[in-house]
Design a protein. Structure first.
Length: 405
Protein backbone atom coordinates (compact mmCIF):
# COMPACT_ATOMS: atom_id res chain seq x y z
CA UNK A 1 0.00 0.00 0.00
CA UNK A 2 2.82 2.40 0.88
CA UNK A 3 5.63 3.11 -1.58
CA UNK A 4 9.11 2.02 -0.58
CA UNK A 5 12.30 3.92 -1.33
CA UNK A 6 14.42 2.59 -4.19
CA UNK A 7 16.92 1.41 -1.59
CA UNK A 8 16.97 1.50 2.18
CA UNK A 9 18.27 4.80 3.55
CA UNK A 10 20.55 4.65 6.59
CA UNK A 11 21.68 7.52 8.79
CA UNK A 12 24.48 7.04 11.31
CA UNK A 13 23.47 7.71 14.90
CA UNK A 14 25.60 7.65 18.07
CA UNK A 15 22.80 6.08 20.13
CA UNK A 16 21.25 3.54 17.75
CA UNK A 17 24.09 2.89 15.33
CA UNK A 18 21.92 3.41 12.28
CA UNK A 19 18.50 4.94 11.58
CA UNK A 20 16.80 2.81 8.89
CA UNK A 21 14.29 4.33 6.44
CA UNK A 22 12.61 2.36 3.68
CA UNK A 23 9.21 4.10 3.31
CA UNK A 24 9.11 7.01 0.89
CA UNK A 25 6.62 8.96 3.02
CA UNK A 26 9.02 8.81 5.98
CA UNK A 27 11.95 9.94 3.83
CA UNK A 28 9.90 12.79 2.34
CA UNK A 29 8.85 13.97 5.82
CA UNK A 30 12.48 13.96 6.98
CA UNK A 31 13.36 16.18 4.01
CA UNK A 32 10.47 18.61 4.60
CA UNK A 33 11.34 22.13 5.74
CA UNK A 34 9.50 21.78 9.05
CA UNK A 35 11.46 18.67 9.99
CA UNK A 36 14.74 20.23 8.88
CA UNK A 37 13.90 23.20 11.12
CA UNK A 38 14.39 20.87 14.10
CA UNK A 39 18.13 20.94 13.40
CA UNK A 40 18.01 24.52 14.69
CA UNK A 41 16.35 23.69 18.02
CA UNK A 42 18.36 22.13 20.84
CA UNK A 43 16.92 19.11 22.59
CA UNK A 44 17.65 20.28 26.13
CA UNK A 45 16.84 23.98 26.25
CA UNK A 46 19.14 25.74 28.71
CA UNK A 47 21.00 22.59 29.80
CA UNK A 48 23.78 23.38 27.33
CA UNK A 49 24.74 26.13 29.77
CA UNK A 50 25.61 23.34 32.23
CA UNK A 51 26.76 20.47 30.02
CA UNK A 52 28.90 21.92 27.27
CA UNK A 53 28.32 19.01 24.87
CA UNK A 54 24.53 19.12 25.18
CA UNK A 55 24.22 20.72 21.76
CA UNK A 56 22.14 17.92 20.23
CA UNK A 57 18.93 18.84 18.46
CA UNK A 58 15.28 17.88 18.30
CA UNK A 59 16.12 16.63 14.80
CA UNK A 60 18.36 13.85 16.11
CA UNK A 61 15.96 12.96 18.91
CA UNK A 62 13.00 12.73 16.53
CA UNK A 63 14.93 10.40 14.27
CA UNK A 64 15.83 8.32 17.32
CA UNK A 65 12.20 8.02 18.43
CA UNK A 66 11.26 6.98 14.90
CA UNK A 67 13.97 4.29 14.95
CA UNK A 68 12.79 2.82 18.26
CA UNK A 69 9.20 2.78 16.98
CA UNK A 70 10.35 1.15 13.75
CA UNK A 71 12.13 -1.54 15.71
CA UNK A 72 9.13 -2.07 17.98
CA UNK A 73 6.68 -2.64 15.11
CA UNK A 74 9.06 -4.79 13.06
CA UNK A 75 10.96 -6.73 15.75
CA UNK A 76 8.48 -7.29 18.59
CA UNK A 77 6.43 -10.29 17.39
CA UNK A 78 3.14 -9.25 19.02
CA UNK A 79 3.26 -5.84 17.33
CA UNK A 80 4.68 -7.07 14.05
CA UNK A 81 1.89 -9.64 13.68
CA UNK A 82 -1.06 -7.63 15.01
CA UNK A 83 -0.59 -4.20 13.40
CA UNK A 84 -1.50 -3.52 9.79
CA UNK A 85 0.98 -1.86 7.46
CA UNK A 86 -0.97 1.39 7.71
CA UNK A 87 -0.88 1.29 11.51
CA UNK A 88 2.86 0.63 11.48
CA UNK A 89 3.52 3.52 9.11
CA UNK A 90 1.17 5.79 11.06
CA UNK A 91 2.91 5.18 14.38
CA UNK A 92 6.37 5.45 12.81
CA UNK A 93 5.39 8.85 11.40
CA UNK A 94 3.92 9.89 14.76
CA UNK A 95 7.25 9.04 16.37
CA UNK A 96 9.13 10.98 13.71
CA UNK A 97 6.87 14.05 13.90
CA UNK A 98 5.95 14.10 17.59
CA UNK A 99 8.20 17.15 18.24
CA UNK A 100 7.60 18.95 14.94
CA UNK A 101 5.85 21.78 16.82
CA UNK A 102 8.66 22.55 19.27
CA UNK A 103 9.78 26.14 19.57
CA UNK A 104 13.30 27.27 20.49
CA UNK A 105 14.76 26.46 23.91
CA UNK A 106 12.61 23.36 24.30
CA UNK A 107 9.76 23.43 26.81
CA UNK A 108 10.71 26.84 28.22
CA UNK A 109 9.23 28.46 25.12
CA UNK A 110 5.77 27.02 25.79
CA UNK A 111 5.27 29.42 28.68
CA UNK A 112 5.89 32.27 26.22
CA UNK A 113 3.52 31.13 23.47
CA UNK A 114 0.95 29.72 25.95
CA UNK A 115 0.57 26.72 23.66
CA UNK A 116 2.06 23.25 23.92
CA UNK A 117 4.34 21.94 21.23
CA UNK A 118 1.76 19.19 20.58
CA UNK A 119 -0.83 21.83 19.69
CA UNK A 120 1.49 23.49 17.21
CA UNK A 121 2.60 20.09 15.92
CA UNK A 122 -0.93 19.01 15.08
CA UNK A 123 -1.58 22.34 13.37
CA UNK A 124 1.54 21.91 11.27
CA UNK A 125 0.65 18.36 10.26
CA UNK A 126 -2.90 19.32 9.33
CA UNK A 127 -2.32 22.78 7.85
CA UNK A 128 1.17 23.04 6.37
CA UNK A 129 0.85 22.57 2.64
CA UNK A 130 4.08 20.62 2.21
CA UNK A 131 3.81 18.23 5.16
CA UNK A 132 0.07 17.70 4.78
CA UNK A 133 0.60 17.05 1.07
CA UNK A 134 3.31 14.44 1.73
CA UNK A 135 1.10 12.54 4.17
CA UNK A 136 -2.09 12.73 2.14
CA UNK A 137 -0.28 11.72 -1.04
CA UNK A 138 0.86 8.55 0.72
CA UNK A 139 -2.60 7.70 2.08
CA UNK A 140 -5.80 9.71 2.34
CA UNK A 141 -6.53 10.64 5.96
CA UNK A 142 -2.98 9.86 7.10
CA UNK A 143 -2.35 13.41 8.35
CA UNK A 144 -5.33 13.21 10.73
CA UNK A 145 -4.32 9.76 11.97
CA UNK A 146 -0.76 10.88 12.71
CA UNK A 147 -1.95 14.04 14.47
CA UNK A 148 -4.47 12.05 16.50
CA UNK A 149 -1.79 9.63 17.72
CA UNK A 150 0.40 12.57 18.79
CA UNK A 151 -2.50 14.34 20.55
CA UNK A 152 -3.70 11.13 22.26
CA UNK A 153 -6.99 11.24 20.33
CA UNK A 154 -6.45 8.12 18.22
CA UNK A 155 -9.19 5.61 19.06
CA UNK A 156 -8.81 3.01 16.28
CA UNK A 157 -6.05 1.11 18.10
CA UNK A 158 -4.91 2.07 21.62
CA UNK A 159 -1.53 0.44 21.11
CA UNK A 160 -0.34 3.24 18.80
CA UNK A 161 -0.63 5.92 21.47
CA UNK A 162 1.05 3.67 24.03
CA UNK A 163 4.04 3.22 21.73
CA UNK A 164 4.46 7.01 21.43
CA UNK A 165 3.29 8.30 24.79
CA UNK A 166 3.24 6.21 27.94
CA UNK A 167 5.38 5.47 30.96
CA UNK A 168 7.58 3.21 28.83
CA UNK A 169 7.43 4.72 25.36
CA UNK A 170 9.77 5.32 22.44
CA UNK A 171 10.01 9.05 23.20
CA UNK A 172 11.26 8.59 26.75
CA UNK A 173 13.55 5.71 25.86
CA UNK A 174 15.32 7.74 23.18
CA UNK A 175 15.67 11.00 25.06
CA UNK A 176 17.07 9.32 28.18
CA UNK A 177 19.76 7.49 26.21
CA UNK A 178 20.46 10.44 23.91
CA UNK A 179 20.60 13.03 26.68
CA UNK A 180 22.80 10.77 28.81
CA UNK A 181 25.18 10.34 25.87
CA UNK A 182 25.47 14.04 25.06
CA UNK A 183 25.71 15.21 28.68
CA UNK A 184 28.10 12.44 29.69
CA UNK A 185 25.81 11.35 32.53
CA UNK A 186 26.26 7.58 32.58
CA UNK A 187 23.56 6.96 35.16
CA UNK A 188 21.00 7.92 32.50
CA UNK A 189 21.73 4.74 30.57
CA UNK A 190 19.56 1.61 30.68
CA UNK A 191 19.23 -1.69 28.81
CA UNK A 192 17.08 -0.78 25.79
CA UNK A 193 17.75 -4.11 24.08
CA UNK A 194 16.45 -6.11 27.02
CA UNK A 195 13.31 -3.99 27.30
CA UNK A 196 12.51 -4.35 23.60
CA UNK A 197 13.08 -8.10 23.82
CA UNK A 198 10.63 -8.50 26.71
CA UNK A 199 7.78 -6.30 25.44
CA UNK A 200 4.58 -8.14 24.54
CA UNK A 201 0.93 -7.25 23.93
CA UNK A 202 -1.84 -8.48 26.23
CA UNK A 203 -5.42 -7.19 26.48
CA UNK A 204 -4.60 -4.27 24.14
CA UNK A 205 -1.79 -3.19 26.45
CA UNK A 206 1.95 -3.02 25.96
CA UNK A 207 3.34 -5.21 28.71
CA UNK A 208 6.79 -6.34 29.79
CA UNK A 209 7.46 -9.97 30.68
CA UNK A 210 8.30 -10.60 34.31
CA UNK A 211 11.83 -11.53 33.26
CA UNK A 212 12.30 -7.93 32.09
CA UNK A 213 11.41 -6.28 35.41
CA UNK A 214 15.05 -5.61 36.33
CA UNK A 215 15.62 -3.76 33.05
CA UNK A 216 12.53 -1.64 33.73
CA UNK A 217 13.73 -0.90 37.27
CA UNK A 218 17.00 0.31 35.77
CA UNK A 219 15.03 2.50 33.33
CA UNK A 220 12.99 4.03 36.18
CA UNK A 221 16.11 4.91 38.15
CA UNK A 222 17.85 6.30 35.04
CA UNK A 223 14.87 8.57 34.45
CA UNK A 224 14.86 9.72 38.07
CA UNK A 225 18.57 10.59 38.07
CA UNK A 226 18.35 12.37 34.72
CA UNK A 227 15.58 14.63 35.95
CA UNK A 228 17.52 15.81 38.96
CA UNK A 229 20.97 15.96 37.41
CA UNK A 230 20.03 17.33 33.97
CA UNK A 231 16.43 18.38 33.35
CA UNK A 232 15.93 20.12 36.72
CA UNK A 233 19.49 21.44 37.07
CA UNK A 234 19.22 24.88 38.72
CA UNK A 235 21.63 26.52 36.23
CA UNK A 236 19.45 25.40 33.32
CA UNK A 237 16.40 26.73 35.18
CA UNK A 238 18.24 30.02 35.75
CA UNK A 239 18.74 30.39 31.99
CA UNK A 240 15.06 29.69 31.41
CA UNK A 241 14.09 32.19 34.11
CA UNK A 242 16.02 34.96 32.34
CA UNK A 243 14.55 33.90 29.01
CA UNK A 244 11.03 34.20 30.35
CA UNK A 245 11.79 37.58 31.94
CA UNK A 246 13.23 38.83 28.66
CA UNK A 247 10.02 38.00 26.85
CA UNK A 248 8.02 39.53 29.69
CA UNK A 249 9.99 42.75 29.19
CA UNK A 250 9.41 42.66 25.42
CA UNK A 251 5.70 42.19 25.98
CA UNK A 252 5.63 45.23 28.28
CA UNK A 253 7.48 47.25 25.61
CA UNK A 254 5.39 46.21 22.62
CA UNK A 255 3.74 49.65 22.34
CA UNK A 256 7.18 51.24 21.91
CA UNK A 257 7.52 51.03 18.12
CA UNK A 258 11.09 52.32 18.08
CA UNK A 259 12.22 49.59 20.41
CA UNK A 260 10.17 46.82 18.83
CA UNK A 261 11.72 47.58 15.46
CA UNK A 262 15.00 46.37 16.97
CA UNK A 263 13.53 43.05 18.10
CA UNK A 264 12.51 41.99 14.60
CA UNK A 265 11.48 38.36 14.89
CA UNK A 266 9.89 38.81 18.33
CA UNK A 267 7.34 41.47 17.34
CA UNK A 268 4.63 38.98 16.43
CA UNK A 269 5.50 36.71 19.34
CA UNK A 270 4.83 39.26 22.07
CA UNK A 271 1.73 40.67 20.35
CA UNK A 272 -1.83 39.80 21.20
CA UNK A 273 -2.57 37.82 18.04
CA UNK A 274 -1.90 34.11 17.75
CA UNK A 275 1.17 33.36 15.67
CA UNK A 276 0.64 32.14 12.14
CA UNK A 277 2.48 28.96 11.20
CA UNK A 278 4.85 30.97 9.02
CA UNK A 279 5.69 33.30 11.91
CA UNK A 280 6.21 30.31 14.16
CA UNK A 281 8.39 28.59 11.57
CA UNK A 282 10.85 31.49 11.63
CA UNK A 283 11.31 31.15 15.39
CA UNK A 284 14.30 28.89 15.91
CA UNK A 285 17.34 29.27 18.14
CA UNK A 286 19.51 30.80 15.45
CA UNK A 287 17.07 33.64 14.78
CA UNK A 288 16.48 34.11 18.53
CA UNK A 289 20.21 34.30 19.21
CA UNK A 290 20.63 36.87 16.45
CA UNK A 291 17.81 38.97 17.89
CA UNK A 292 19.33 38.75 21.37
CA UNK A 293 22.72 39.80 19.99
CA UNK A 294 21.10 42.90 18.45
CA UNK A 295 19.27 43.66 21.68
CA UNK A 296 22.57 43.82 23.55
CA UNK A 297 23.04 47.19 21.81
CA UNK A 298 19.38 48.18 22.06
CA UNK A 299 17.67 51.19 23.62
CA UNK A 300 16.01 49.56 26.63
CA UNK A 301 18.43 48.94 29.48
CA UNK A 302 16.55 46.01 31.02
CA UNK A 303 16.02 44.15 27.74
CA UNK A 304 19.62 44.92 26.83
CA UNK A 305 20.93 43.53 30.13
CA UNK A 306 18.81 40.37 30.04
CA UNK A 307 19.86 39.68 26.45
CA UNK A 308 23.50 40.06 27.43
CA UNK A 309 23.03 37.60 30.29
CA UNK A 310 21.56 35.02 27.91
CA UNK A 311 24.28 35.47 25.30
CA UNK A 312 27.25 35.58 27.68
CA UNK A 313 26.13 33.16 30.40
CA UNK A 314 25.90 35.81 33.08
CA UNK A 315 23.08 33.87 34.70
CA UNK A 316 21.06 34.48 37.83
CA UNK A 317 22.22 33.04 41.12
CA UNK A 318 19.80 30.90 43.13
CA UNK A 319 18.88 30.02 46.69
CA UNK A 320 16.32 27.78 48.35
CA UNK A 321 12.89 29.33 48.26
CA UNK A 322 12.20 30.25 51.88
CA UNK A 323 10.38 33.27 53.33
CA UNK A 324 13.66 34.49 54.85
CA UNK A 325 15.65 34.22 51.59
CA UNK A 326 12.86 35.81 49.57
CA UNK A 327 12.59 38.76 51.94
CA UNK A 328 16.35 39.35 52.01
CA UNK A 329 16.79 39.11 48.24
CA UNK A 330 13.87 41.42 47.48
CA UNK A 331 15.34 43.94 49.93
CA UNK A 332 18.70 43.81 48.15
CA UNK A 333 17.04 44.13 44.75
CA UNK A 334 15.32 47.30 45.93
CA UNK A 335 18.58 48.69 47.31
CA UNK A 336 20.29 48.00 43.98
CA UNK A 337 17.43 49.51 41.91
CA UNK A 338 16.61 46.19 40.22
CA UNK A 339 13.00 45.81 39.10
CA UNK A 340 11.81 42.55 40.71
CA UNK A 341 9.42 41.93 37.81
CA UNK A 342 12.46 41.16 35.66
CA UNK A 343 15.17 40.32 38.19
CA UNK A 344 13.44 37.97 40.60
CA UNK A 345 12.02 34.57 39.74
CA UNK A 346 10.73 31.48 41.44
CA UNK A 347 10.64 27.92 40.18
CA UNK A 348 9.20 24.91 41.97
CA UNK A 349 9.76 21.39 40.69
CA UNK A 350 8.87 18.03 42.16
CA UNK A 351 9.25 14.44 41.07
CA UNK A 352 8.65 10.92 42.22
CA UNK A 353 10.49 8.13 40.38
CA UNK A 354 7.28 6.32 39.48
CA UNK A 355 3.59 6.98 40.08
CA UNK A 356 1.35 3.89 40.07
CA UNK A 357 -1.66 3.51 37.78
CA UNK A 358 -4.69 5.59 38.68
CA UNK A 359 -7.16 6.24 35.85
CA UNK A 360 -5.22 6.26 32.58
CA UNK A 361 -3.72 2.93 31.55
CA UNK A 362 -0.95 4.80 29.72
CA UNK A 363 0.17 6.24 33.07
CA UNK A 364 1.44 2.86 34.24
CA UNK A 365 3.91 0.18 33.24
CA UNK A 366 2.31 -3.26 33.05
CA UNK A 367 4.08 -6.54 33.76
CA UNK A 368 3.04 -9.90 32.31
CA UNK A 369 3.63 -12.27 35.20
CA UNK A 370 4.81 -15.83 34.72
CA UNK A 371 1.36 -17.15 35.67
CA UNK A 372 -0.34 -15.05 32.98
CA UNK A 373 -1.62 -12.26 35.24
CA UNK A 374 -1.06 -8.61 34.29
CA UNK A 375 0.27 -6.60 37.23
CA UNK A 376 1.11 -2.95 37.60
CA UNK A 377 4.87 -2.41 37.98
CA UNK A 378 4.67 -1.33 41.62
CA UNK A 379 3.01 -4.68 42.44
CA UNK A 380 5.63 -6.67 40.52
CA UNK A 381 8.78 -4.93 41.76
CA UNK A 382 9.82 -4.59 45.39
CA UNK A 383 12.20 -1.77 44.42
CA UNK A 384 9.57 0.26 42.56
CA UNK A 385 6.95 -0.39 45.24
CA UNK A 386 9.28 1.07 47.86
CA UNK A 387 9.92 4.10 45.64
CA UNK A 388 6.19 4.83 45.34
CA UNK A 389 5.89 4.96 49.13
CA UNK A 390 8.74 7.43 49.47
CA UNK A 391 8.37 11.18 49.73
CA UNK A 392 8.04 13.28 46.62
CA UNK A 393 11.27 15.18 46.14
CA UNK A 394 10.84 18.95 45.79
CA UNK A 395 13.31 21.60 44.71
CA UNK A 396 11.99 25.13 45.13
CA UNK A 397 14.34 27.95 44.16
CA UNK A 398 14.46 31.71 43.84
CA UNK A 399 16.58 33.34 41.12
CA UNK A 400 18.20 36.78 41.13
CA UNK A 401 21.32 38.64 39.87
CA UNK A 402 24.41 37.33 41.59
CA UNK A 403 25.93 40.80 41.90
CA UNK A 404 23.47 41.87 44.61
CA UNK A 405 24.95 39.40 47.10
Amino acid sequence: MFCKTEEEKVLRDPVHGYIHVDYQVVWDCINSRWFQRLRRIRQLGGAYMVYHTAEHSRFGHSLGVYEIVRRMVTEIPDLKNSLSEKEKVTVMLAGLLHDIGHGPYSHAFESVTKHSHEEYGCRIIREDRELYGILEHASRGLSNDVADVISHQYTKNPLLSQIISGQLDADRMDYLLRDAYFTGTKYGEFDLERILRTIHVADNLLVVKQSGVQAVENYIMARYHMYWQVYYHPVARSFECILNHEFKRLKDLQTDKNFMDDTGIFTALVGEKELSLEEYFRLDEQTCSYAFSLMQNGKDEIAKDLASRLMNRHLFAYLDSTPKNTKEIKKKLKEGNYDPRYYFGTDDVAQRPYVPYKADQNSAIWILMNDGRISELADASVIVESLTRGQIRNDNRIFFPSEIL
